[in-house]
Design a protein around this ligand. Structure first.
Ligand code: ATP
Length: 309
């Protein structure tokens, strides 16, 4: 269990994490989501004692990280897989970690087998490892102390579909063993398949803490509308917005509408004389739910020209 209580971190004028109170429970995969700069990495660093909070507490099994007597046995983390000594082999890296934490060396073989790194891969210097192998090695390190809490920051970034599937299966089996598994990711379709529960941050604050299915259902059905007449379609979009629906433009001549119904959109289109080439309801997705949840919390919404970095 990870317990955050009024956790706050300020960097000068920036409040990266703002009075965050949430429990991340065992036996499930919790997806940690939020737009860029929402405070996910800072929260993870605070949990691991790599940064000091400005206020509040981050506890692992009821203790702050710095009070853990055998940290590797309490929490395993993958933050940035690229921080390994470049000339050291994966096996040597894990052996050094094991030795300095009183873990028998045979455990190194066990975790290498769990993450699917064979002898040849484990003997390579870290700089010669592919991104996927580096992630596997980072996860092997996280598993070394057989901890009840695991935390992976963007574990599927840059992985091929096999690697993505492997992380999904591993996370789910670790949770099925009763462990607490917290994973941050920007890949919504992946989180929709992997996470049982979601914790969503916006500008350092908690904006959702609920089962994945509930978050997705909350976005409601989406209605897709296509018309060959962009000007008339824009008028339809205005009317829908005025009526309280959320309208996203999907390119020229296309709209995605939430907070309305196919019937209502069809009737309004008829009233305004908008010819339609498509009017269909689509299953709600985490992607759409996320957009709706975080719409007021993005630092540089698309189209403002601020996200040029
Ligand atoms: N060491 C630091 N010094 C100053 N500001 C920082 C520092 N670390 C993070 N921040 C700021 O705190 C905010 C939260 O950043 P953080 O990296 O935690 O967000 P994130 O949700 O992990 O973002 P991303 O999805 O882009 O990785 C941002 O505004 C960031 O610029």
């Amino acid at each position: 269990m990870i317990t955050l209580r009024a956790l706050t971190k300020r960097f000068g004028e920036t409040t990266a994490v703002d009075e965050l109170t949430v429990d991340i429970g065992p036996g499930r995969v919790t997806g940690f989501l939020g737009p860029n700069g929402a405070g996910k990495s800072t929260t993870m660093r605070l949990i691991l004692g790599l940064d000091r909070p400005t206020g509040g507490q981050a506890l692992i099994g009821g203790q702050p990280y710095r009070k853990l007597r055998r940290p590797l046995h309490e929490i395993g983390a993958l933050l940035d897989a690229r921080t390994l000594h470049p000339a050291r082999s994966g096996r040597a890296h894990l052996s050094a970690m094991a030795a300095s934490n009183g873990i028998p060396d045979r455990r190194v073989e066990e975790v290498l087998a769990t993450v699917g790194l064979d002898d040849r891969a484990a003997a390579k210097p870290a700089r010669a490892l592919s991104l996927g192998m580096g992630q596997r090695l980072g996860i092997a390190g996280a598993l070394l102390g057989d901890p009840p809490v695991l935390m992976f920051d963007e574990p599927v970034n840059g992985l091929d579909p096999d690697g993505v599937r492997w992380i999904r299966q591993l996370s789910r089996s670790l949770a099925a063993e009763g462990r607490t598994v917290l994973i941050s990711s920007h890949l919504m379709s992946e989180m929709q398949q992997t996470a049982d529960w979601l914790v969503v941050l916006g500008q350092g604050r908690l904006i959702a803490d609920a089962p994945t299915a509930q978050v997705i259902a909350g976005s409601g059905l989406a209605v897709r509308v296509r018309s060959p007449r962009p000007t008339e379609l824009a008028a339809l979009a205005d009317r829908l917005t005025a009526a309280g629906a959320v309208v996203e433009s999907g390119g020229t001549g296309e709209l995605t509408v939430t907070g309305s119904t196919v019937e209502r959109v069809g009737e309004l289109a008829y009233e305004l004389g908008v010819p339609l080439h498509e009017l269909a309801s689509h299953e709600a997705s985490l992607e759409r739910a996320f957009m709706a949840l975080t719409a007021d919390h993005v630092e540089y919404p698309a189209g403002t020209g601020g996200a040029s970095a």
